[in-house]
Ligand binder design. Structure first.
Ligand code: G6Q
Length: 554
């Protein structure tokens, strides 16, 4: 383990300076900042490859950004970044390296874990995935009865589902026409039942995606899928080799399930589940969009990795987004953060980032096990922005909570519907303008006069039509959603999360918070299977178990 030792976040010298600075600018309206500085956009925007970040609609001045960059420096960001990229075991509670960046290392630089260069293994698995996916796409890979594959079902959950599913959707225009990929994660039987209903066992391939190969939900769904296949194949177990492949770090368990190890795609414990779409967990993506497009996704991520490693704080996109998040989280005490994609292909991005961010930084002890005395990761939420406008944006504009948000949209559409695209773009820009500027009382009255609008509720309605504004947002413009730009976008958020974790002094790469529920579920499942009433829990849990008993006929 390295010997970089951070002070607690709240003891960093810039923390106090930022508290003082916050007092000075908390009542400053962004309208004023824009009116006194016509160069504000130029000062607070940044282009990197396919991405343009406009962060001028934030409650910041140049002094704010310079103090926030000091904070990142005092948290030893440069050293920690180096530790991560060079394979040091920065996941200290699991004694693991954190090397999702090695998965997209298309350079000739070696990356060492315990003295061994992992790059040859990484490349070998990528080659195996490419070879296999070409066979499936071309129809060379046949099912047990000799038919080509038409449908692929990825069975996995959490990091083994959210990433590949989101990328599959995001790259819809790049899908192979004759192949459909389905994602099954929920242990609610309705999920797999619904998928299987539409499928033909003779032409279906299952990918069992599980890093540990012990996950209850995934294995339960995998067992259902195996039973379904064998029922249709006269229980001939040889069919499994033609219809099941596995993505895992656990060869013993994969073999135990009955999957041929030739059909296993390996990855390693230094790839965290929520950072694994770049690994063999991305097999469904490779099958759906092809090896070349998957490579472009990796190259996009590599471009962001290199930018993150080399750009100084003031020009470093992930660092800027990270410190802005900290500014609102720890100084304005904003509790949540909105992810608002306007590109329909990115509709699952909020859900993906909920996991990436909240599982990484939703922690209340620091990397050394000390309870923190400051807020860590915010609640991440969001949905398709345009739909949100007709639902919850009321609260963003006029509610009492501060919700900083990222508005994400691509400049070029994959469709022929340019007018629709113009409408969508106008909405994104209108929303961030409205959030920033607001509309004061005088403007509201003037607007009513000029439009001749008669208020049914009379003048008493006027205060309800005032917008205070001063709500911060980032606008992230993507040239066009394609594998390369998507790779950049996802790596941008990964690194943003990393930087925040470093500044908050957290281990962003473990997830002990998911353990307790898993353990209790096992105990309760056992109680559910007993013929007698449960008595060993609290009165609520006992009653719930026993009510369930009384309702279910077995
Ligand atoms: C991610 C988490 C978690 C994990 C799932 C599935 O970082 O570790 O979401 O991906 O619990 O785990 P398996 O891949 O081991 O089935």
């Amino acid at each position: 383990m390295n010997n970089t030792k951070n002070q607690p976040f709240s003891k960093l010298p810039s923390y106090t300076k930022l508290q003082d600075h916050h007092k000075k600018i908390e009542n400053l309206h962004m309208r004023r900042l824009f009116s006194v500085d016509p160069q504000r956009f130029e000062k607070f925007s940044l282009q990197q490859g396919d991405l343009l970040l406009d962060y001028s609609k934030n409650r910041i001045t140049q002094e704010t950004m310079s103090l926030l960059c000091d904070l990142a420096r005092e948290a030893n960001l440069d050293q920690w970044r180096e530790h991560m990229f060079s394979g040091e075991k920065i996941n200290n509670t699991e004694n693991r390296s954190v090397l999702h960046t090695a998965l997209r290392n298309a350079t000739d630089k070696p990356v060492y874990v315990d003295g061994n260069d992992v790059m040859p293994e990484v490349r070998a698995v990528i080659d195996k995935m490419q070879l296999f996916s070409r066979k499936v796409q071309s129809g060379e890979w046949k099912g047990f009865t000799g038919k080509a594959i038409t449908d692929v079902v990825n069975i996995g959950i959490g990091g083994s589902d959210l990433g590949p599913r989101m990328v599959y959707e995001a790259l819809t225009p790049y899908h192979y026409p004759n192949l459909q990929v389905h994602y099954v994660s929920n242990v609610d039987g309705a999920h797999i039942e619904c998928a299987l209903k539409r499928l033909d066992p003779e032409t279906t391939l299952f990918i069992i995606a599980s890093k540990t190969f012990t996950t209850q939900e995934t294995l339960s769904n995998a067992n259902v899928a195996r039973g379904w296949l064998l029922d249709h194949m006269e229980l001939d177990k040889k069919a499994i080799a033609k219809h099941f492949v596995a993505v895992s770090t656990n060869a013993t368990r994969v073999k135990g399930f009955g999957i041929d190890l030739d059909n296993m795609f390996e990855f390693w414990d230094w790839v965290g589940g929520r950072y694994s779409l770049w690994s063999a967990i991305g097999l469904s993506i490779v099958i759906a969009v092809g090896a070349d497009n998957f490579n472009k996704l990796l190259l996009g991520a590599l471009e962001m990795d290199e930018h993150f490693q080399n750009a100084p704080c003031e020009e470093n996109m992930p660092v800027i987004m990270a410190v802005l998040g900290i500014w609102y989280n720890n100084f304005f005490h904003a509790e949540s953060y909105g992810i608002l994609p306007y590109d329909d292909y990115l509709r699952s991005l909020p859900q993906y980032l909920e996991q990436a961010d909240m599982e990484s930084n939703g922690k209340s002890v620091d990397r050394y096990g000390n309870k923190v005395d400051y807020a860590t990761g915010p609640i991440i939420w969001g949905t398709s922005g345009i739909n949100g406008q007709h639902a919850f944006y009321q609260s963003l504009h006029q509610g009492t909570k501060m919700v900083p948000a990222d508005f994400i949209v691509s400049m070029k559409t994959h469709t022929v519907f340019q007018e629709q695209h113009d409408i969508m773009i106008s909405n994104v820009f209108a929303q961030t303008e409205a959030l920033m500027r607001g509309r004061n009382l005088e403007e509201t009255k003037a607007n009513l006069q000029s439009t001749g609008r008669i208020l049914e509720g009379g003048d008493a309605s006027i205060p309800h039509m005032v917008f205070e504004g001063n709500h911060p947002s980032n606008t992230l413009l993507i040239n066009k959603i394609n594998p390369h730009s998507l790779g950049m976008l996802l790596a941008l958020y990964e690194h943003k999360i990393f930087v925040q974790g470093i500044i908050w002094n957290l281990n962003s790469f473990d997830q002990w918070g998911v353990e307790l529920g898993k353990q209790l579920a096992k105990r309760i499942l056992n109680d559910i299977h007993q013929p007698y009433p449960a008595t060993s829990h609290d009165s609520s849990t006992n009653a719930l178990i026993n009510y369930y008993h009384s309702m279910v006929d077995r």
